[in-house]
Design a protein around this ligand. Structure first.
Ligand code: OSB
Ligand code: MG
Length: 381
């Protein structure tokens, strides 16, 4: 495959329901999209599901992603094409920018665009390209509410839509009460909490009170860049700890497996977000490694557009992912307007993949262009 041009645009997506976490409330998302154009005029589309600032973790913000793409990653692709003439597949693309440290979100946008082009060339859905076999599976929702009333309202709505797995955002002072309220209201639902690194070594012990609520897991209680301290507290709390922010690669995953040791299958869970681990290739490697050692994994979300969500849903067909992922919004559609011609839907909390090429949805170019702010273009020789 040979490229003619890469363009980056920011698509402005407005949430129908503001989303609150320990680090703030999101309403409008400014999403970089990578458009990779081949010399025969095909276009591959890759979303980078950024947030507006690095409060979730380093380089997850759109300014950082734009800088990495413009200054380092896309120029590396141009140089690789100059040297090798063409790209035979996704591995060649990854190899071109592999020298760049970090920039996992930015890298994932290029990889996603390349997967889209490969799918178009092979006329295959992502799930077939990735070896997925589980065509129907349970999906979950993530609830980010400011108070108990909002959380219960969103949960009520989600359960009435058929979702069987709920995750709720917590922080110091808003933790035991929302979790208990949800458990009392929905005794049988699969329930988990996400702290987004809001606790420290002085106040995490409060979370031990969650042990009686039959939760699937506590996601990222401590520091975004820590694995070690979370492995220590995991020995003192029976609810499994799930790592999100602190895992960027298979190597990070190996560190967690080593630190949890024999406790890993029971007490460690990994949230695998393709953009947080530089793309689908690394996401698959992590899921398979965890499966080998009996550690549970699931696919996290970043309030992605339907384009990104559809790709993650294709990934969920791999049986290595053992728990339900964050794929749907508890209040219905995520955005006032989304960028695909059809929307995603599921029945009784079950999603079924179809035969559509790539993610299985098509970009609605009228909406996409109307919501887009062009940023820059990079030409290939
Ligand atoms: O920590 O999983 C997270 C959204 C933005 C940033 C971080 C997180 C989340 C979510 C939402 O929990 C998941 C989704 O519905 O896409
Ligand atoms: Mg999380």
């Amino acid at each position: 495959m040979k490229f003619r041009k890469a363009s980056v645009v920011i698509v402005e997506l407005t949430l129908r329901t503001p989303f609150t976490t320990s680090f703030g409330t999101s309403t409008v998302m400014h999403r970089p999209f990578v458009l990779l154009e081949t010399d025969d005029g095909r276009v591959g589309v890759g979303e980078v599901p950024t947030l507006s600032n690095p409060a979730y973790k380093a380089e997850c913000d759109h300014p950082a992603v734009l800088t990495s793409l413009r200054e380092f990653l896309l120029p590396s692709l141009v140089r690789a094409q100059e040297t090798h003439g063409e790209f035979s597949g996704v591995e060649d693309v990854i190899r071109a920018y592999d020298w760049v440290k970090g920039a996992v979100f930015a890298k994932s946008g290029i990889e996603a665009a390349m997967w889209d082009l490969m799918a178009q060339e092979q006329h295959l859905p992502f799930w077939k390209m990735w070896g997925g076999t589980r065509t129907s599976f349970t999906v979950g929702v993530s609830i980010g509410g400011k108070n108990i009333e909002q959380v219960l309202g969103l949960a009520e709505n989600a359960v009435s839509l058929g979702y069987q797995r709920l995750k709720v955002k917590i922080w110091p002072g808003f933790d035991i009460e929302p979790a208990r309220a949800l458990r009392e209201r929905f005794p049988d639902v699969l329930l988990q909490v996400d702290a987004n690194s809001a606790y420290d070594m002085t106040n995490w012990t409060r979370l031990k009170e969650l042990d009686g609520l039959d939760l699937l897991l506590i996601e990222q209680p401590l520091y975004d860049d820590d694995i070690y301290l979370q492995s220590l507290i995991s020995k003192e709390i029976t609810t499994p700890i799930c790592l999100d922010e602190s895992i960027h690669s298979l190597r990070d995953t190996e560190v967690a497996l080593a630190l949890w040791g024999d406790l890993a299958p029971e007490r460690l869970v990994i949230n695998i977000k393709p953009p947080r681990v530089s793309g689908f290739t690394e996401a698959i490697a992590i899921a398979k490694r965890c499966e080998e050692v009996g550690v549970r994994t699931w696919i996290g979300g970043m309030l992605d557009s339907a384009w990104g969500k559809a790709s993650n849903l294709n990934l969920n067909t791999l049986t290595a992912f053992t728990l339900p992922g964050d794929h749907f919004s508890p209040g219905g559609a995520y955005f006032v307007e989304d960028i695909t011609t059809a929307s995603l839907s599921c029945t009784n909390g079950l999603y079924t993949v179809g035969p559509g090429i790539g993610p299985g949805l098509e970009i609605d170019w009228e909406v996409f262009n109307r919501l887009s702010h062009p940023q820059f273009e990079v030409a290939f020789a």
